[in-house]
Design a protein around this ligand. Structure first.
Ligand SMILES: [Mg+2]
Length: 216
């Protein structure tokens, strides 16, 4: 299973609520985005983001920066409200069937691990694998797949599903779309909406909810 935009509403957390929380410390959307663009290639963290905002002069003083960082860590220590509403029920149903759940997540391992841990998901997974490499998931899957006679992948990124299916042809793939067509403006589905423009090379089952994923 994928994490961002599949289990976790990353856009609502990051581009709406987290950005607004910085805004309450006087950080403009512009400065926030500019500093984000600078730091994310080396791996995102709140500390780095705050530091870069300080360098840009977007935060009044070092004491405001440290107050902001402490407030953000406190405010976003429990991320369970950002799980999509079908997630916990689905994971419990899978666990009840004694299925092995594997989380395969792309992104900075420390940042991904914070989100997964704060969403309370760790106990559900037999394995949790973070890859900082784009297209890294297919490589991870190749080493995992031989242990299973039946395997399903659920992801919102058609490119990852294509790569995984190409390397493991018997994999059953589900392309999940969490973007509500009525709310596609602004930052609400900023990143998730971009995945809708990526074409699939291989066929995948399409779904909008985890309830549509078959559990054996
Ligand atoms: Mg994703």
């Amino acid at each position: 299973m994928d994490f961002d935009h599949t289990l976790f509403d990353t856009d609502r957390f990051f581009w709406v609520d987290l950005k607004a929380a910085f805004g309450r410390f006087g950080v403009s959307d512009d400065a926030w985005e500019k500093s984000y663009e600078t730091i994310w290639p080396s791996g995102y963290s709140l500390a780095k983001h705050a530091e870069e905002l300080g360098r840009l002069g977007a935060i009044a003083s070092a004491s405001v920066a440290s107050a902001m960082h402490a407030t953000l860590e406190r405010t976003f220590s429990d991320l369970r409200p950002y799980l999509f509403p079908d997630v916990v029920e689905f994971l419990n149903a899978a666990r009840h069937r004694a299925l092995d759940l594997i989380l395969l997540s792309f992104g900075d391992p420390a940042w991904q691990s914070y989100k997964v841990q704060a969403s309370g998901l760790i106990p559900y997974f037999a394995q949790i694998i973070y890859t900082p490499h784009e297209k890294g998931k297919a490589g991870m899957l190749v080493t995992l797949a031989p242990a299973y006679s039946e395997l399903r992948a659920i992801d919102n990124n058609p490119a990852d599903l294509d790569a995984m299916k190409a390397s493991t042809p018997w994999l059953q793939t589900y392309l999940i779309c969490r973007v509500e067509p009525s709310v596609s403006e602004g930052d609400r589905f900023r990143e998730a909406a971009r995945y809708l423009t990526i074409p699939s090379r291989l066929p995948h089952r399409q779904c909008r909810s985890l309830n549509e994923v078959f559990l054996p």
